[in-house]
Design a protein around this ligand. Structure first.
Ligand SMILES: Cc1ncc(COP(=O)(O)O)c(C=O)c1O
Length: 619
């Protein structure tokens, strides 16, 4: 694969800030933009590298000769460099004879961005970053169904993903003649001020382009003096930071992949005391917005945040909500239902269990009958999304039944909150539990109970069963802008960032994206021949348990997938022998899920499994 770098322009908009240098010769750290770019290409073994020069071309040639004499760089010349950049692409046309990466030279970027394009499974691809400022300057890339459908400053038409173009494109050898033809139309029409973007837009109408999502990775185009300033102050330190890991696609049900901005928000946290205003403002924001995301009203609902994994908040809810005289009815159709039962037992809380098979959704009529039969039951606890298998319990119907009986409902919404429809008011949930690292797309370390204020207030005076997991005490202190114990301060900051990003995507948008991801995954895996453990009508949109076909064991599949950059998840307990799990939460897109399917197919080939088949017993 070769690279064509367009570096002929004058960079007028940079005015004095560039000191008259061609933009790509502006230093960023110890290297110029051009030197950085060429070095990035060399690391990825992209060669040859063709640089289209024009303005002060001798300076560019000298830069390469002085810094990278062995890089095998060739030059093409655009004498009309003061006109549109389409002429620069046109000047490199003799090199349109192989797969190539087309690059604007005025971009400061992390190597990972280029790697994703070079190693993209799309022969023709754009890059897009979903986190952009829509100031009218950004060239936008719109995608629909994994395909680029728009490339423009203004957005038109339906799309399911929208981001800013990074200014790098991948064009396959097969597409070269069509790209040449698209450029030629403008050249022949004498349109010397055209941009090569026009030709790409024309091509989109007739040829499929995929995209790679590089949201949150550090990059900036250098157009204006402010860009240069931001590039040096903000982007460069992130590019040089060893913290930016190569992304591994996490298919476990949380923690999922998070945006670079969420990950980075932890390291950006200043030294903060948790008893100072700087922290309380963040805690207040997080607590209030979690209520809103749950469909509650901050006047009638409140959030209690614990520093600890999800189980901490589940235990706090169960151990605090059920009074000494109370009895809990646990709906158990998986590991997490069973865990609530274990928590109740550990705290000596009288407990009844409504047990189902692991692929069987709870039936509200059974809960109705159980509550009618047993007036001692004061609380019902059920898992909304049983992450054990990907089973969705009918939380709305259960909530209705519990409310009709005048009992209280504790819903473990750990892996469904912000991923499936859940509305505390409409669904009559009194205590909902989740954590920072599932569908809210933050980092691990915090868990929370969102509850009706009157239910929390009613806990006043009760003898706590736990010191740390005392829901009432934690709530009262947080309400007073305080915390009884030292909280995971940086995780609060990253949760705030994650919530802001959720608002940008919108709750509806996120739920819809997860549904599209699940469809893409299940469609692709079913086409490969895989069967799904849970019946269709009870499946969540967040996780799928696939049955292991004949001859396939979990561990080799896991390792083969990991070699390809994907982390799949074992079935729990005995399920490991018959099924494996793939979750699609985190920042993943349907396109990522297509990639998962390709990786599964390739892993099967590597493991010598030519057909996915089941014996009749597992049908
Ligand atoms: C439904 C459900 N409940 C509880 C938990 C426990 O959360 P944690 O492992 O963070 O303690 C999980 C974890 O995945 C879960 O999926």
């Amino acid at each position: 694969m070769k690279a064509i770098i367009l570096a002929a322009g004058v960079g007028k908009r940079l005015a004095g800030a560039g000191e008259g240098l061609p933009k790509c010769l502006i230093p960023a750290g110890t290297q110029t933009l051009l030197e950085r770019m060429v070095r990035s290409l060399l690391k990825l073994e992209v060669s040859p590298i063709v640089i289209v020069v024009g303005y002060r071309q001798d300076d560019l040639r000298q830069e390469i000769a002085a810094k990278l004499p062995a890089a095998g760089v060739r030059f093409a010349v655009n004498e009309n460099y003061t006109r549109g950049n389409l002429l620069s692409a046109w000047s490199a046309r003799e090199d349109f004879d192989d797969d190539f990466i087309l690059m604007d030279a005025d971009v400061l970027f992390h190597d990972e961005i280029l790697r994703r394009l070079v190693q993209s499974r799309h022969p023709n691809a754009f890059l897009l970053d979903r986190y952009f400022e829509n100031d009218g300057e950004a060239t936008l890339v719109a995608g629909l169904g994994g395909r680029v459908v728009g490339f423009d400053r203004a957005l038109r038409g339906p799309h399911d993903i929208l981001g800013e173009s990074v200014g790098f494109f991948r064009i396959s050898r097969t597409l070269c003649p069509a790209f040449l033809q698209a450029l030629r139309r403008y050249v022949d029409a004498g349109d010397l001020d055209a941009y090569y973007d026009f030709a790409l837009t024309d091509l989109l109408k007739t040829h499929p382009f995929g995209y790679e999502d590089v949201s949150g990775l550090p990059w900036t185009e250098i157009d204006f003096p402010e860009d240069l300033e931001r590039g040096r102050q903000e982007i460069l330190p992130r590019i040089d930071s060893p913290l930016l890991l190569r992304r591994c696609t996490l298919l476990n049900p949380g923690p999922g992949n998070v945006t670079e901005t969420v990950r980075r928000s932890v390291s950006d946290v200043p030294d903060v005391c948790h008893r100072e205003r700087e922290f309380f403002e963040v805690m207040r924001f997080v607590r209030t917005e979690l209520v809103r995301i749950a469909g509650g009203n901050p006047a009638t609902h409140s959030t209690v945040v614990f520093s600890g994994s999800g189980t901490a908040a589940v235990e706090a809810a169960v151990a605090s909500a059920v009074p000494e005289s109370g009895t809990l009815l646990v709906v158990d159709n998986g590991v997490y239902g069973d865990r609530m039962k274990k928590i109740a037992d550990a705290h000596r809380i009288p407990c009844r269990t409504l047990k189902y098979g692991w692929t069987e959704a709870a039936r509200p009529a059974d809960i109705d009958a159980a509550l009618s039969a047993d007036p001692a039951v004061t609380h019902v606890a059920a898992v909304h999304h049983e992450t054990t298998t990907g089973l969705l319990n009918p939380v709305h119907e259960i909530g209705q039944v519990v409310a009709r009986h005048g009992r209280a409902f504790i819903a473990d919404a750990m892996s469904s909150f912000a991923g499936e429809r859940l509305d505390l008011v409409r669904d009559h949930v009194d205590f909902a539990v989740s954590s920072s690292n599932k569908c809210i797309q933050g980092l691990a370390g915090l868990s929370f109970v969102i509850a009706r204020r009157d239910r929390l207030e009613a806990l006043s005076g009760a003898r706590p069963r736990s010191v740390y997991l005392d829901l009432y005490n934690q709530w009262k202190q947080e309400e007073a802008d305080n915390t009884p114990f030292t909280p995971a301060i940086p995780i609060f900051f990253s949760l705030r960032q994650a919530i802001e990003e959720l608002y940008r995507e919108t709750l509806e948008g996120r739920i819809a994206r997860y549904a599209r991801c699940a469809r893409a995954l299940r469609g692709g895996m079913t086409r490969l021949g895989f069967r799904i453990l849970v019946p269709e009508e009870s499946r969540s949109n967040l996780l799928t348990a696939f049955l292991l076909p004949c001859g396939l064991r979990y561990d080799p599949l896991h390792d083969a997938m990991k070699r390809r950059g994907y982390v799949i998840y074992a079935g729990q307990g005995d399920l490991k022998k018959i099924a494996f799990r793939i979750a699609n939460l985190g920042i993943l897109t349907p396109d990522d899920m297509d990639g998962v399917v390709v990786a599964v197919r390739d892993s099967l080939a590597e493991l010598g499994i030519s057909t996915v088949a089941y014996d009749t017993a597992s049908a």
